[in-house]
Design a binder for this molecule. Structure first.
Ligand code: ADP
Length: 470
């Protein structure tokens, strides 16, 4: 069900994108059409008005040149033939009587119109208005001008041409819009699907990984676009998850393996204790062996928990202002006996004071683990040198030995939990010392570095920020 939902989503997204684009595109087209339409109408109207004004001015000139008779003649000439369908003239007297008119039969409703004399009062030029006649489809643009103080000329012009143009424009627009939407929708759908193809591939791969195929990865395209970057980040994330899972698997294997031998020994001891012929002394020795084995196991479990806690950031440091020179000095003193027993020279170069803010117990364990290793992996007659330097913002602790050293292949792995180099198997240990030291140093905000040469010795360098707070 989960994977089914995942598979459906890109399809609906493609549809939604297509609809959105088509909608936005159509709306933009409508707005553009409206603007062009209004602009065209206003230009046409200006032109009609211009013509009307010119005609009215011409008739004023006719009046001056030839009086009313000339005006009448020109009125008849101007409306001869088909022109009567698109324009008319009418002459009004100053008291509002119609004196003369061209053929008004194409203009039903005009005959009874009121005289426009009052409207011209106080005006110098002509007066224009738009009329709608009840039985004509087109509207009418009408101009009035005073030819003499007691005479008004009315000139009407049909706006049919303007309406036809607007209608043709609207038709063309509707056809264009339909064509664009009809053609654009499949193109938009195709483009959206193409763009989402990468997402579908990611979804498919993620589903396969969720189903357990952790080795699946996304193939990187060369485009370097957002989807490629997502694919790259996705692959890096899965790599990291796989590394973590492999690490956990290896760790649980080793943990189980390391706990199996002591458990088997405990069981053997218990079986021997049960056998009736064991003496009290034998019982005691078996009981103390059992305690020792249990302690070994407890140690492994506790250290593993400490490392996990530190690595997950859950460790609460008991931070205090302490003198690291003191901590290192005390550890060197403590290990001096072991060094002497093995004829190893253990020397320390530590400043008088080295104040740092840190967790005493955890820093003690870091120093002890490094010293323990140095002595453990150095043959008799060797030398271990501990140097503590107090630098500006940090302190540096170096534990160097001239022991057996570590091979380059092993160096990169010694900080892993339970990792032990082959040659160290004979020594006591559980492969957790360095992991714990690194985890503790990291919670202090520091780090551990290692340089080593097989057969010549190793040098572990701990750097700790001096005033790290938190
Ligand atoms: P262990 O309990 O085995 O000492 P660690 O985590 O402390 O576990 O160390 C991991 C491995 O690193 C060791 O098994 C050893 O092989 C190697 N190692 C650590 N310190 C040294 C050193 N000073 N010289 C040589 N090898 C070392």
């Amino acid at each position: 069900m989960f994977s089914g939902n995942l598979r459906k989503r890109p399809r609906s997204l493609a549809l939604r994108l297509t609809l959105w684009y088509a909608g936005i595109f159509a709306a933009s087209l409508c707005v553009a059409f409206l603007i062009v339409h209004l602009l065209t109408l206003s230009i046409l109207r200006e032109r009609t008005d211009e013509d009307l004004r010119e005609d009215l001015a011409e008739f004023s000139a006719f009046m001056e040149q030839g009086g009313v008779e000339r005006v009448r003649t020109e009125m008849a000439l101007e409306t001869a033939g088909d022109e009567a369908e698109s324009s008319y003239f009418r002459l009004w007297s100053g008291d509002g009587r119609a004196l003369a008119a061209t053929d008004l039969s194409p203009w039903p409703g005009l005959a009874g119109a009121r005289a426009p004399v009052a409207r011209l009062r106080g005006r110098n030029g002509p007066f224009l208005e738009t009329l709608e006649l009840p039985r004509r489809q087109d509207r009418l643009r009408v101009g009035y001008v005073a030819l003499a103080p007691d005479m008004v000329l009315e000139l009407g012009q049909s706006l049919e041409e303007e309406a036809e143009l607007a209608g043709a424009f609207l038709d063309a627009f509707v056809v264009t819009l339909a064509a664009i939407v009809l053609l654009g929708a499949p193109v938009g759908w195709f483009l959206a699907r193409r763009a989402l193809q990468g997402v579908e591939q990611i979804t498919r791969t993620a589903t396969e990984i969720a189903d357990g195929a952790l080795d699946r990865r996304l193939s990187a395209q060369s485009g370097g676009d957002e989807l490629d970057r997502l694919a790259h980040t996705f692959n890096v994330m899965v790599d990291r998850i796989q590394t973590l899972i492999d690490g956990m698997r290896e760790m649980t294997d080793t943990l189980a393996h390391d706990l199996r031998s002591p458990l088997a020994r405990i069981r053997a001891s218990a079986e021997m204790m049960l056998s009736s012929d064991a003496t009290v002394d034998e019982w005691r020795s078996l009981a103390s062996e059992t305690i020792a084995e249990t302690e070994r196991m407890l140690e492994i479990v506790n250290v593993t928990l400490d490392i996990t806690e530190a690595e997950s950031g859950a460790t609460r440091l008991e931070r205090i202002e302490l003198d690291l020179a003191d901590v290192v000095g005390a550890a060197v003193d403590l290990f001096q006996t072991v060094a002497e027993d093995r004829d190893i020279s253990l020397t320390a170069d530590v400043p008088r004071r080295c104040p740092i803010s840190g967790d005493r117990y955890r820093l003690q364990r870091v120093v002890a683990n490094l010293l323990d290793n140095a002595l453990k992996y150095t043959d008799e007659g060797g030398a271990v040198r501990v140097t503590l330097t107090d630098e500006d913002t940090m302190v540096r602790l170096v534990v160097a030995d001239n022991g057996r050293g570590i091979s380059p292949e092993d160096v990169s792995r010694i900080f892993e939990r339970f990792y032990r180099c082959d040659r160290s198997r004979g020594q006591r240990g559980n492969g957790l010392g360095l992991s714990l030291a690194l985890a503790f140093v990291r919670v202090h905000g520091g780090d551990i570095g290692v340089e080593s040469e097989p057969g010549h010795g190793s040098k572990f360098t701990v750097t700790l920020p001096r005033n790290e707070t938190g």
